[in-house]
Design a protein around this ligand. Structure first.
Ligand SMILES: [Zn+2]
Length: 218
């Protein structure tokens, strides 16, 4: 079994990169989805995890590792996994390394999507309003035909930092706080590949797709 780890802040395009890698034969493992399923079917793990989440805490490193361990123990030995959302902390990364041999798992690559926080905030909170008619757009989900210009009357669109931006900023701060030590840990290995995710989603997708064979291990 092999696995690659996909790391990146919210809004950096992990979903798009995941799609590319799934097309290359990887099985996408989202620990967030796994967790929601465990909670839904009320496994002992799910019940314990729900307690943490209800208290506004993250699930413990132990629970995260247990979930991945049980998945890997049941997996075919020739499978290639893409971990998305795991490891999320330095402790989880260390636990994964410690367990890798016993699980028959080789971690081959860490793909790190990098993007400046300001740009992520703009993407995630990217609401734009027409100064003239008040029509609301979103830079990603509902863009105007011409960037920054209203489709209806050609007036300028304005974006304002709002509550959404504050929420996004907090999410990014938590991400940075929790993953910075993890990124440092992987930088000390030769596994890490940095992808400039400040470019368009299409450019990021194409880079990962086209350069996969030369940039990354097969
Ligand atoms: Zn308008």
């Amino acid at each position: 079994m092999t696995a690659i780890v996909l790391l990146g802040p919210p809004g950096a395009g992990k979903g798009t990169v995941s799609e590319v890698l799934v097309a290359k034969g990887f099985t996408h493992i989202s620990t967030g989805e796994m967790l929601r399923e465990q909670i839904r079917i009320e496994t002992p793990l799910g019940i314990e995890a729900k307690k943490s989440l209800d208290q506004g805490k993250f699930v413990s490193d132990g629970i995260a590792m247990e979930m991945v361990r049980s998945l890997l123990e049941a997996a075919d030995s020739n499978q290639k996994f893409l971990f998305d959302g795991f490891p999320r902390t330095l402790v989880q990364a260390e636990k994964l390394d410690e367990s890798a041999d016993a699980l028959g798992l080789e971690l081959t690559d860490v793909v790190l999507l990098e993007c400046p926080a300001e740009q992520l905030i703009e993407r995630l909170s990217g609401r734009q309003t027409c100064k003239q008619c008040g029509t609301i757009y979103h830079v990603i989900h509902n863009p105007s035909d011409v960037t920054g210009i209203c489709d209806r009357d050609g007036a300028e669109l304005e974006s304002r930092p709002d509550d959404a931006a504050e929420t996004v900023r907090k999410r990014l701060e938590i991400y940075t706080e929790r993953t910075a030590p993890l990124i440092k840990y992987y930088r000390n290995t030769n596994l890490i590949h940095t992808v400039d995710a400040s470019r368009s989603i299409e450019q990021v997708r194409d880079e990962v797709a086209e350069k996969w064979d030369s940039l990354f291990h097969d």
